[in-house]
Design a protein around this ligand. Sequence first.
Ligand code: HEM
Length: 157
Amino acid sequence: MIKQTLLPLFFTLVVGVAQAQVAPSVTHPVANPAPRDAALKPVFDEFGGKAGLTALIDDFMVNLMADPRTRPFFANVDRAHVKGELVDQFCVILDGPCTYTGKNMEQVHRGLDIRRSQFNALVEDLQKAMDKHGIPFRAQNKLLAKLAPMHREVVTK
Ligand code: HEM
């Protein structure tokens, strides 16, 4: 008798809790645009610190402007500002002594209608710049591994 009344109650509680745990979050928290990873400090040095990153981002922007797949996006924006934010963002990602105060990735790219192919083009342009600056391949991949998941916030088309 006790078993018969308690079993459904037990079931309801356990299933209810399990469902609450797997239920999707309603607020969709936005990913951190500059996830810091202490393990990447040596990689920051391989990029030549903040000065190295600044020189790298200068060439990255030159590549973005020379690339017909990415140029239209950057032609009419404050490129000096974007470069400054990119330096800070990459610096934080590589655990350098910087602070990223720019917008989050979803917010800044919303409405730009960026396709996956355009995202890949930007990554190629970054790789070209990193090659030019002699960044070791392994170090390049450490940074790219942090940037790759950002396609979720950047690609909207
Ligand atoms: C992992 C990939 C990417 C990262 C980490 C990234 C990062 C950033 C950052 C830090 C900014 C400046 C934020 C601010 O002003 O507060 C920015 C702006 C911008 N990004 Fe990206 N971005 C990425 C991909 C792309 C792609 C694929 C495109 C287009 C092909 C793009 C186009 C732009 C444009 C046009 C702006 C300037 C927006 C404005 O000032 O109105 N981004 N991005």
